[in-house]
Ligand binder design. Structure first.
Ligand code: IMP
Ligand code: MG
Length: 184
């Protein structure tokens, strides 16, 4: 199988190199689902809070890998604008429209980079007094961390490269790739 993905529909053709195959993602997401069920055996629903838009595919697959009943919510935040690096400032564009008081909650992220988005969200949601608050991310770039953040479930640690696919974008493109690819 070729290691590059031809995307003929893009306005600006760029080269993409597969970093994590669809099969590896599938296996890892299944493991994370089992781990979450073991760690949170309680009754009542778990609230999965997907951070738009990058988490949407990971969230859809992870939700189906969890046996405990899950409720699906989304929040929208912006920290990056349209470029490849963070502006360092987080704004809530769409808040929850449900209460999470007393509930088991997992924030679902596509990638932890500087940690700025997650440290902000963590304190925002902690203040709403959930029973438990955990974080799941598909990808983690530990080298880039500016703010320390404890992530409970990490799909893959990756090197400091800009990646796209499986929900992650560059300027809104590439989200629908099945693989995680390095954008070169
Ligand atoms: P942080 O606040 O710097 O941790 O940034 C997290 C957000 O930045 C993620 O939710 C992504 O939307 C975006 N991001 C960081 N690194 C990448 C990348 O390599 N590809 C695509 N988006 C990224
Ligand atoms: Mg993004």
């Amino acid at each position: 199988m070729s290691n590059s993905v031809p995307l003929t529909t893009l306005r600006d053709p760029a080269s993409l190199r597969i970093l994590i195959s669809a099969e590896r993602i599938r296996q890892r997401v299944a493991e994370l689902g089992e781990q979450i069920d073991e760690d949170l055996p309680g009754d009542g629903p778990i609230y999965l809070i997907g951070i738009l838009k990058g988490s949407f595919i990971f969230m859809a697959d992870l939700a189906r890998a969890i046996r405990r009943s899950a409720r699906i919510e989304f929040m929208g935040v912006s920290s990056y604008g349209r470029g490849k690096s963070s502006s360092g400032e987080v704004r809530v564009l769409k808040d929850l429209d449900v209460s999470i008081a007393g509930a088991d909650v997992i924030i679902i992220e596509d990638i932890v980079d500087s940690g700025i988005t997650l440290t902000y969200l963590q304190s925002l949601l902690e203040a709403r007094q959930p029973r438990s608050l955990r974080i799941a991310t598909l990808l983690d770039k530990p080298e880039r961390r500016l703010r320390p953040v404890k992530v409970d479930y990490v799909g893959f640690q990756i090197p400091d490269e800009f990646v796209v696919g499986y929900g992650l974008d560059y300027a809104e493109d590439y989200r629908n790739l099945k693989e995680v690819c390095i954008l070169e």
